[in-house]
Each structure stands twice: as structure tokens, then as C-alpha cells.
Design a protein around this ligand. Sequence first.
Ligand SMILES: [Zn+2]
Length: 525
Amino acid sequence: MRAPGLVVLMLCAAPFVLGQQANLQGLKQEAAAEVDKLQTLTQQMVDEIFSFSELGFQEFETSRYVTGILEKNGFHVEREVAGIPTAWVASYGGGKPVVAFITDIDCIPRASQKPGVAYHDPLVEGAPGHGEGHNSGMAVNVTAALVLKKLMAEYHLTGTLKIFPGVAEELLGTKAFYVRAGLFRDVDIVLGAHVGSEFATSYATGDGESSGLVSVQYFFHGKAAHAAMAPWRGLSALDAVELMDTGWDFRREHLRPAQRSHRVIINGGDQPNVVPSEAAVWYYFRELDYPHIKELYDLGNSIADSAAKMTSTAVDHKLVGSAWPAFFNKTIAEAQQKNIETVGMPKWSDADQTLAKALQKEIGAKVEGLKEKIEPLAEPAKEQTGGPSDDVGDISWNVPMTYLMYPANIPNLPGHSWPNAVAMATPIAHKGSTAGAKVQALTALDFLLQPQLVQQAWDYFRTVQTKDIHYSSFLGPEDKPAIEMNQEKMEKFLPQLKKFYYDPALYKSYLEQLGIQYPTVKRQP
Ligand SMILES: [Zn+2]
């Protein structure tokens, strides 16, 4: 009884699929036009999330705001996924392929900055701020998803859209947990988006300037005593921290040049006349591949144990973050590159360029304004040098994925600090996010309408990327997301930050709400 039904289904399906392909170009044009129509919403998302300024694991307002927009537009939202209060998944549609979007939402400690002002001028002194530009990512992905949803409904396109937030990316804190929770098990293609100053994508190890890492906190436990009256009765946990750091620095000379390791002392004791019974240090150990990262991690543990022995203290450690070095998919990157070239760079105004050049001058960077040109898709670098990390790496080893860099920020900035926030609630970020949303929408259409392209991406993933290397998480079964991190810092600044939340009902832009003239630059002598 089932056979005739199947024949009917195939007869119906075949011309429909052909029709979908023939319509691809037309749909792409329509998608780009629809993204343009949503420019106001895109700008509001950029500005609103900028004003929330939430640190990793504390993105409550941001998540409430973004999921609210998605729910209002017919997406189904599942909250608190993977045991993380600010994580969620929003879905629309049904069936294959499943195209997922991901982008970060957290900000940087002490990076508070007035937008559109080309010198250091914090909105709230000492407060967190979007000194990485993560406030623009959801504007890109949500705009694209709303447009795709409209087209899918109108043209009866099959497929599922999923939107994920990169929670606590600055702590490399969640994506390995997402993977462990199986959130990507049914996903076919992942389109990540990250703010940049260029409009670009890459594949494989790209420019070779990225590393994987483990982020580990070491807690030393000693014995308190009066530091003058009876120091011999105490055991200093701080001594152990300092000996660990000294040990690591001596050892550093004999490590591969590709490694990057850095630390901050998160607890150095309370006051000098009390022998510190508790002290803690937090390390990032970065290397180019899993075995080398694992080696650094083991070495860190052994140096910590040795420091504890030298001081007769005890030590335990906690893995608070991890990331595989990212590896991106060639098939998706090639499709994405064509769409980047179709969309083209945003048109920068004189005001945009003035802000960019003034900021570059202010911080002593090369003064060249905003980028105007799109570079061709580059071959992966022959040699990997290593550099920063991103926990999307873990996703990229489980599903074919690329990372779109969209041009929403100023070139030649130091990263992770106030200069990187200057453009992030100005027309530079608004235009760059609209351009990014177009590419995300167009690339999703490529995969929604061409099943053979999904197949090709998976062929590359299976026969090239994972031919000899297989994913194995840094997480142990006992490891839990460090959801308590940043809670105190955020609580401290929340009352002040709330006063500056953007209200799009009253002001056309955040610049207007703050009364900032665009651009505000130092007067030339
Ligand atoms: Zn980032």
C-alpha cells in the first residue's frame, strides 16, 4: 500500500525542488531587499544590546530581549538549555536541512564607553562594556532569520532555522557544553557571525592565527595566622600562587613558540597582617591542537601540585572554559564568499570615516579609516602561528560551520577594551550589521534550496576535516558551566547601567538618547 504513495510524493517533490533552484537568485534578491526593510529593527537591536552591557553568564536582559523578538515573530524558544540560565534555542520551520545561526552576546570588563566618541569617555566608570562588539551579532542573525522565515512561509520552503546565543564567549564558557548536551546533533549547517572590520570568511585553519585552549582556575588552601606575631604558624596560599606563576614563567622558555599562556590572580588574600589561607590564580593555556593543549593543561596541573608541595598547602583546580581550535568548512565558505561579494561593503559616510580616523590617531594606530574593499577568499595559511580562541571551535568539529566576519567596527584596534566599543552603537555598526544580515540570509538560502550543497559540505567535513582528527571534549563528566561567574561584577554595576538602557520608543538612536554629536572627536590643534 505504501509504494503508490511514494511515487506520488516523488512526482510532486522533483519539480518542486527544481523550481526551488531556479528561484534561488530571485529569492536572494528578495531577501536582501527584505533585510533593508528591517534596518530600523537591526539598528535598535545593535543599540539596545550595547546599552545592556552584560558580562558572560549574566546576559539576562539581552536574552530576554532577543527571545522576546523571536517569540513575537513566531519562533519557538527553549530556555535554559545545557544547564545555562542565559542560554536558549529558538526554532522555526520543520524538516531538513536544519540551518543554525550562532553569535556571541557577552561583553568585556571595564570597557564601558560612550559610542561615537573618539577618545576614552566611559558611560559608567569601571563598568563592563561592548569592547568586543558582540552587541551587533544578534542584530545580524535575528534580522536574517526573520527574513528567511518570511520567505520560507511565503514560498513553502522546507527546512528548519535555529538561533543560538554565544553565552560567555569571552570565558570560552559554553559551546563545549552545548555540544555535550547534543544541541547540534540534528543540525546540518552552522552559520556563525562575528564582528570585524573586514567583510570576510575563511575555511580550514584560515589565517592560522587561532588557538584552542583550556581555562583553569587553581585554588590553593593554606593556614591563616598573625603575619607578625606567629607567621611560623601559618601556611601562605599566596606563596603557592606566586611559586606556581614563577615556575610557569621559567618553564615557558622551553615550550613551543605556538603556545600562549596568561593568568590573573583572582584571590591574593585579604590583608597583609593575615597569612592568606586562601589564594587562587586563573590560567588560559593556548595551543594549536588538542594533544598540545592537553599537554599544557597537564603541565599546569603538575606545576600547581609542585607549588603546593613547596608551601605545604593543598591545591584543587576547576576547568571553567575550553575551546577547540576552529576549523571551518570550505563548501560553506565558498558559497558565503560569493554572497559577500554580491552584497558588497557598506557605504561609509564622511562622519563614519572621521570617527574611524580620529580613533586610530588617538590610540596611536595606523590611520587609514574604514575598509572599503573586499578581499578574495584566502587559501589557509601554510603555517599556524596561533593567537586568540573562540569556543565555536567545538561546534566546528561537530557540524560543518563557517564564521562570517561582518564589517561593523573600525580597523587596527587593540581588541577587548574601550576603543573597540566606540563604533559599536553608531551608523558604522548599524550598516555593517545590515550587510552581515544579508550575507547570512543569502547563504542560508543556498543551503535551504540546494540539498546537494549540504551533502558537499558534509563530504568535506567527513573526508577532509575529520579524516584523521576526531573530536574529544576537554570536559569531564563532572565539569559544569561556570554560571556563577561575573555575578558580583554585574550586580555592582547594574543599577548604574540601567539608567542608560536604550529606549527605542523615545529615541531614534542610542546616540540621540545620549545626546552625543556624531562623530565627537578631539579638536585638531
Ligand atoms: Zn568575540
